[in-house]
Write a protein that binds this ligand. Structure first.
Ligand code: 5GP
Ligand code: MN
Length: 337
């Protein structure tokens, strides 16, 4: 199926009920791409709802339109199920495997709606009618921009839409530092900046809005919870639930912390291993050829991108750390680069 005509026929012909959903623990790309798309579709007179399976980090509470996001886990189960069941179109943004949306997976897969995936993760599952999928894209937000452009609708972009898409690309490229940051991406961002995106304000809000508490937490974990395995070019940070409690952490407060482990000279693989109520969550980052999405998929029920992925473990924190160290040793040949 030719993608753009298919989407054009579905979404531009007449007003539709549209549900947009994104992956659990939504980040700036999942939210920015979803909200940018939602604002665009609202301008085309569709009835749009945006559903996040779980809450978003506080540092994104300024995103245009975020107040209207329906957070499934916050007592919105029934509403979310109804919106999904009654939708004409469901956009799946920043994920392409259904287990990324937890309890919403069943309702989305059973929904009668036309399902359109907009994603750049390597793992995909065959559940959608239309796949706007490109694993080389830096961000789902980049794909949303390309969709609007391919539909010939860039005249609909305004400051709010541009800021939503900008922040998705900004954060998924780690401030335009990842190897997939091409001239093409910079051109898209340049086009977005034409809409008076407040670059300084957004960067301040995203990167320089730490609470003192969060900085103290960071200082504590870098001093007490960081382990470096120089022989394996690996560094990891392990956070106990008691640590999160002690520092009174909010959703998203550990976002980006894994990058401190990766920032150590010579480190190829970095992990954040975080104890949650009933499981241990793992964030993985790498530089170069070591594919953390494969590592996450093989050992931690997860996936993601080559250099940024995540997963989980049902073992205790201590057992997960032991397993992680064993796996690192097992993969030592791949880590030599
Ligand atoms: P983060 O470490 O920031 O949570 O996630 C890094 C990347 O891996 C993101 O692109 C995210 O979508 C993906 N990711 C994180 N956790 C999982 C997971 O459990 N499964 C899959 N398939 N991808 C994940
Ligand atoms: Mn993304």
């Amino acid at each position: 199926m030719d993608i753009i005509p298919a989407i054009e026929k579905e979404i531009l012909s007449q007003p539709k009920r549209i549900a947009i959903t994104m992956h659990t623990n939504p980040d700036a790309d999942a939210l920015g791409a979803s909200l940018g798309l939602a604002a665009f579709l609202k301008k085309k007179n569709h009835h749009v709802s945006v559903i996040a399976p779980t809450n978003y980090p506080e540092f994104l509470d300024w995103l245009p339109g975020i107040a209207d996001v329906i957070i499934y886990e916050k007592n919105n189960q029934q509403l979310s199920f109804e919106l999904i069941a009654n939708a004409d179109i469901i956009f799946c943004v920043d994920f392409a495997v259904l287990n990324r949306i937890n309890d919403l997976a069943g309702p989305v897969s059973q929904a009668k709606a036309t399902k359109i995936v907009i994603d750049h993760h390597l793992d995909t599952e065959d559940f959608a009618d239309v796949m706007l999928w490109n694993p080389k894209a830096t961000a789902a937000a980049e794909l949303v921009y390309e969709l609007i452009e391919a539909l010939g609708e860039t005249n609909c972009i305004d400051k709010s839409i541009a800021e939503c898409l900008y922040v998705g690309i900004l954060t998924d490229t780690v401030s335009f530092k990842t190897p997939n940051t091409t001239p093409h991406v910079h051109r898209i961002v340049a086009n977005l900046l034409e809409f008076e995106v407040d670059v300084a304000k957004i960067n301040k809000l995203v990167y320089d809005s730490n609470s003192l508490n969060k900085l103290k937490f960071l200082s504590f974990i870098l001093s007490n919870r960081l382990t470096v395995l120089p022989d394996y070019k690996t560094a990891y940070i392990a956070i106990k639930s008691a640590d999160a409690k002690q520092f009174n952490l909010n959703t998203g407060d550990t976002e980006g912390i894994v990058n401190y482990a990766l920032s150590i000279k010579g480190i190829v693989l970095a992990a954040l291993i975080k104890e949650k109520h009933d499981r241990v969550c793992i964030s993985l980052r790498s530089v170069g050829d070591f594919a953390v999405n494969t590592f996450a998929k093989e050992y931690f029920h997860g996936g993601g991108h080559k250099n940024a992925a995540g997963g989980m473990s049902n073992l205790s924190l201590e057992e997960t750390i032991t397993t992680f160290e064993k796996l690192v040793k097992h993969n030592q040949d791949l880590l030599k680069q």
